[in-house]
Each structure stands twice: as structure tokens, then as C-alpha cells.
Design a protein around this ligand. Structure first.
Ligand code: NAD
Ligand code: SER
Length: 325
């Protein structure tokens, strides 16, 4: 297969945790004006992103087609979604945005003969019956959260558009992502970001999952590298079009707190598990990402302490500058 080149990139959900960093990374790599950031929010409220920016609801097909034609879009990074914790509270919204929004993007990609569609999936595709240690690439996918249900169905839809229409769809199953620039958008793994922010702001944190809760996690620079490397990979080498397992870190909350206490010895964590615990308990401890390592040479760079060092240094800088949320 001859690979087509990616010249004009649309990012949906660009103001979220991933998008607000991915847009900058893509602009550095492919040219500032070749990356069109879009999200639900009015541009007048969005100081966090530079133009080109378009207010765009992924449920609005007419506007999706109009924006895509106007900018000659050939590649989409589809990040607009409702995450796990919000999805449990608003299941209809999660179904609409995560399913109908994705189908609109795949239809657009197919009808306009696009080069590449990147769609993140999640460890939320796994469920209580999935093996929790070294969770394989191919395994039982029977999640019990609405978010997980939409992510499994989304993966199957991506597979379908690849096998039926040869639409070049690619995806990764992200673990919980940790970053400092933008607050996370309502997921179960948000505690692993909030713990750093509260360590800096208050010196203590109240955690909504138990201290022995282990989940797979990843620092944002590795998450950006993963999706861009996969987008750039030779399509001939890819065995999976639903989404690849990718792994970086796995730790429980007590280990995360200890990593922070290397810098802030007086830092304290209290535990008040709530509805997030059931979702966290249904997800794996560790992930087998051999397929991603073999097919497109995936490899992360950050371990827990290196991530903590970088997170705390940046959050302290933001606090000093008055930009910490
Ligand atoms: P986020 O919640 O931080 O951002 C999502 C963005 O989508 C928001 O800015 C929101 O305004 C926008 N949005 C919501 N509904 C929309 C609509 N109808 N039209 C257009 N925009 C809409 O999410 P994120 O963390 O950046 O996640 C991006 C993708 O990565 C999602 O598919 C998510 O499932 C996946 N993912 C994220 C994580 C994580 O830890 N952050 C882990 C696994 C998978
Ligand atoms: N971080 C995400 C969530 O907790 C996982 O997809 O929802």
C-alpha cells in the first residue's frame, strides 16, 4: 500500500486534557496553520488555544462537513468524548457523543477519502472478567461502565470501517493519563492528577479510591508520542485497527504518594472511596503491550519518579506564575 501524506489535520475535542497538548505538538511537527483545533466551546472563552480554532460539535454533521471542506482536511485526531465518571452520571450523553460522534467522524473520513483517522480507545474496554495482570491485546472485553461499553463498540466500528471501506483508522488503548497543563475531563483516573495539584496547593489530598488501587497510567509526553508514532507508522505493519494496548506505568495510590513525599515529606493522603472505586476495580493492573512494541516500536520514556519530578517542577512553576488552576 502507498501511504498518503498528512497535510491538513483536524483535532476534535482539542481543549481537553490530551488535545490541549497534542495540538501544540502536531503544530510543531506539521506546521502551525496545518492543524485546526476544534471543540464545543466558544472561541471567545478559549484563551488556551491559538487559531486556527473552530467551535465544532461532533454531533453536527453539516458543520463537520463544512469545516472539513473549508480547510481541506485529510487527517483527523478524534478526541471529543465523554469520560468514565461523567459517563456514569450522564449515560445518554456518553452514548451520543462517543458513538454518534465517532460514526460521524468515520463517515466523514470515508466520504472525503481521508488519509488517516486517529481514535483513542481506553483501558475501559476491559471489565471485571478480563485478566487483570498483563492484560493481553486480545481478551475478554465485557466492561460494566457506559464509557467502557462505548469504547468497545467504538473499537468495533473502527475495525468495520477499515475492513469494509479501507478507511485508515488507528487507535491506542490509553491508560490513565497524567499531565499538568489542563485539568482532566471527568475520568476515574483523575485522582492521579489531582493528587499532584493538591500536594502543591494544600500539602494534603483526599482520594476517591482506596490506597491499594492499582491502575495502568502514562505521562502525557509518552501519550503524545504514542499516538503520533502510530499515525506515522507503516500501515502494512499494523495487525490491529481497533486499538493497540500500550503500557508505561502501574502503581497503587500509596506508591504515588511516596513518590511525591520524596519532594514534600509532610504530604498526607486520606482515602474516601466513592462510586469511582467500582470503575477502577473493573480495570486491569498491568497491560501487555507486546503487539504495539512489535508492530510500530512503541516504547515509553517516563517511570514513576521521573514523572513526579517533572509534574511537581511544572506545577510549582505554574503556581509561581499564577497560572495553576
Ligand atoms: P477531555 O474530557 O479532557 O476532553 C474532551 C473534549 O471533548 C473536551 O474539551 C470537551 O469540551 C470536548 N467535547 C465533548 N463533547 C463534544 C462534542 N459533542 N463535540 C465536540 N467536542 C466535544 O478528554 P481527554 O482526556 O482529552 O480524552 C480524549 C480521548 O482520549 C477520549 O476519547 C478519551 O476517551 C481518550 N482517553 C483519555 C484518557 C485520559 O486519561 N485522559 C485515557 C484513555 C482514553
Ligand atoms: N482516564 C480515563 C477515565 O478514567 C480512562 O479512559 O475515564
Amino acid at each position: 500500500m502507498v501511504e498518503k501524506s498528512m497535510k491538513s489535520i483536524l483535532v476534535t475535542g482539542a481543549l481537553g486534557q490530551i488535545g490541549s497538548e497534542l495540538v501544540a505538538e502536531l503544530r510543531t511537527k506539521y506546521g502551525h496553520d496545518n492543524v485546526i483545533a476544534t471543540d464545543l466551546r466558544d472561541p471567545r472563552e478559549t484563551l488556551s488555544v491559538e487559531p486556527p480554532y473552530e467551535q465544532l460539535d461532533v454531533l453536527d454533521r453539516n458543520r463537520l462537513w463544512e469545516v472539513s471542506k473549508r480547510y481541506g482536511i485529510d487527517t483527523i485526531y478524534h478526541l471529543a468524548a465523554i469520560l468514565s465518571a461523567v459517563g456514569e452520571k450522564k449515560p445518554d450523553l456518553a452514548w451520543d457523543v462517543n458513538m454518534r460522534g465517532l460514526k460521524n467522524i468515520l463517515d466523514l473520513g470515508m466520504e472525503r477519502n481521508m488519509t488517516r483517522i486517529m481514535v483513542p480507545s481506553s483501558i475501559a474496554v476491559f471489565g471485571p472478567t478480563t485478566p487483570v495482570d498483563d492484560t493481553p491485546q486480545e481478551t475478554l472485553l465485557r466492561p460494566n461502565s457506559m464509557y467502557g461499553v462505548t469504547k468497545v463498540a467504538g473499537e468495533l466500528l473502527c475495525d468495520y470501517y477499515w475492513s469494509k471501506y479501507k478507511l485508515d483508522v488507528r487507535g491506542v488503548r490509553y491508560p490513565g493519563l497524567i499531565s499538568y497543563k489542563t485539568p482532566p475531563g471527568g475520568g476515574t483516573t483523575d485522582y492521579a492528577v489531582a493528587i499532584y495539584v493538591d500536594a502543591i496547593k494544600k500539602g494534603r489530598y483526599t482520594c476517591f479510591v482506596r490506597e491499594d488501587t492499582v491502575l495502568p497510567m502514562m505521562y502525557m509526553p509518552d501519550a503524545l508520542k504514542a499516538i503520533i508514532d502510530l499515525a506515522e507508522a507503516d500501515g502494512e505493519t499494523l495487525r490491529y485497527r481497533n486499538a493497540y494496548n500500550i503500557a508505561a506505568l502501574s502503581f497503587d495510590v500509596a506508591q504515588l504518594a511516596e513518590s511525591i513525599q520524596r519532594h514534600i515529606p509532610e504530604f498526607e493522603v486520606r482515602y474516601e472511596p466513592d462510586f469511582h472505586q467500582a470503575i477502577a476495580d473493573s480495570w486491569p493492573n498491568t497491560i501487555d503491550d507486546t503487539a504495539a512494541r512489535d508492530d510500530w516500536h512503541w516504547q515509553p520514556n517516563f517511570d514513576l519518579d521521573a514523572m513526579t519530578d517533572d509534574m511537581l517542577a511544572n506545577l510549582r512553576r505554574m503556581q509561581d506564575e499564577g497560572t495553576l488552576y
